[in-house]
Design a protein around this ligand. Structure first.
Ligand code: AMP
Length: 376
């Protein structure tokens, strides 16, 4: 299957060539034809499956097909995302895929001054990518009108609900035109999610890939059993002995993330932490440095890491075991993306054993135990 066979137009094919994508990912193969036909969609897919392109490409194509000459610029596509990081990454994807088309887009999120966002909006945009809070805020101030929206995407709906955005989403929905195409993406299909989806989708087509209980086959998973106070030493040993050049490390808490980053720097391993207490600027700088590979190690909490999208990320390390098995799946889904191999390493202390066993039960598989290491 090629992108041409998906009937994508030349300007998009060219942009995909430039990105180096050769074949559409499963969610792209399944979703793009239906979206191009104008269907509403319930997409069950997590980050790392290529779901952003699965909705961004057909939306760009539909916008191009329905372009009216000399019409006023108004927001025609709205994409709602739960976090600033995810919203920024969706925006970067629109920049890349839409490079050969003339649409303008903007991304808005809270935690930063609204000044530049408002200026961009005033110039007139076709596509808006937003987190719910800032969107409502700017709508209430009269800077955003959604009456011309033809395409509406709710991305990572499950995470939006987890983060308590349900009321914000409902408010936004009341401002959207009744006639529009809605695409709803979620990594899980719990009863609450299905209730929300059923309330806003009309005769949707359902597509699903990689349900959250299955981890990508290409990810090699390992666990090291180690005392909590020996974890940093072991982490240093793993990074150095395996010559890990680029890794995303997860901690449970913000303080934990800061502490691990500090200790690694103390060992001469360049690391930075990102979490909700850091300013937007410092989070973006760290993320950019990590993407550019000038930063070797990024230490993140789960919320801050949501949607982190780094090409060819080879290693994910769970410095602490998450309590919820789905979180483990989300974390390790950051590696082994789009057909690449990846390695997920977990450091498990005695007290975390029940959580780790819970993850194995959820995955229905035993994770390889690395028995020989100097910190046993
Ligand atoms: P997403 O699930 O949208 O976060 O995408 C995961 C990663 O896969 C991103 O780094 C995309 O740039 C990349 N990607 C998306 N589609 C493809 C494709 N067809 N071929 C190769 N990489 C892709």
């Amino acid at each position: 299957m090629t992108f041409k066979e998906l009937k994508l137009i030349e300007p998009l094919i060219k942009a995909l060539d430039k990105k180096g994508y050769e074949t559409p990912s499963p969610i792209q193969q399944k979703a793009i034809p239906y979206i191009l036909e104008g269907h509403d969609m319930f997409g069950c897919a997590q980050t790392g499956t290529g779901k952003t392109a699965a909705f961004a490409l057909p939306i760009l194509q539909l916008l191009e097909a329905n372009k009216k000459p000399n019409s006023r610029r108004e927001i025609k596509a709205l994409i709602l995302a739960p976090t600033r990081e995810l919203a920024s990454q969706i925006s970067e994807n629109f920049t890349a895929y839409g490079a050969n088309l003339g649409f303008s887009h903007a991304v808005i999120f809270g935690g930063v001054s609204q000044f530049h966002q408002v200026n961009t909006l005033k110039k007139g945009i076709d596509i808006l990518i937003a987190t719910p809070g800032r969107l409502l805020d700017l709508m209430q101030q009269g800077f955003i009108k959604l009456g011309g929206v033809n395409y509406f995407v709710l991305d990572e709906a499950d995470r939006m609900l987890d983060m308590g955005f349900i009321h914000d989403i409902k408010k936004v929905l009341t401002k959207l035109p009744a006639k529009k195409q809605t695409l709803f993406f979620s990594a899980t299909a719990t009863p609450t999610i299905m209730k929300l989806a059923n309330g806003i989708l009309h005769n949707p087509v359902s597509v699903a890939v990689n349900p959250v209980s299955s981890t990508a086959a290409l990810i090699k998973q390992q666990v090291y059993y180690v005392k909590q106070d020996k974890k940093v030493g072991l982490l240093k040993h793993i990074i150095e002995s395996q010559k890990i050049g680029h890794a995303l490390i997860f901690t449970r808490t913000k303080r934990g993330a800061d502490k691990v980053a500090k200790q690694l720097n103390g060992y001469g391993i360049k690391a930075e932490a990102i979490h909700g207490n850091k300013s937007q600027g410092s989070r973006e700088r760290a993320l950019k440095a990590f993407k550019d590979r000038t930063l070797r190690i990024l230490v993140a909490t789960d919320i801050a890491s949501r949607g982190i999208d780094v090409d060819k990320l080879s290693h994910v390390i769970n410095f602490e075991i998450p309590e919820v098995p789905e979180t483990y799946v989300h974390r390790i889904g950051r590696t082994g993306r789009a057909g690449e191999d990846g390695i997920a390493i977990s450091l498990c202390a005695h007290a975390e054993l029940p959580d780790f066993k819970g993850i194995e039960k959820f995955l229905k598989k035993e994770i390889e135990v690395v028995k020989k290491h100097p910190f046993i």
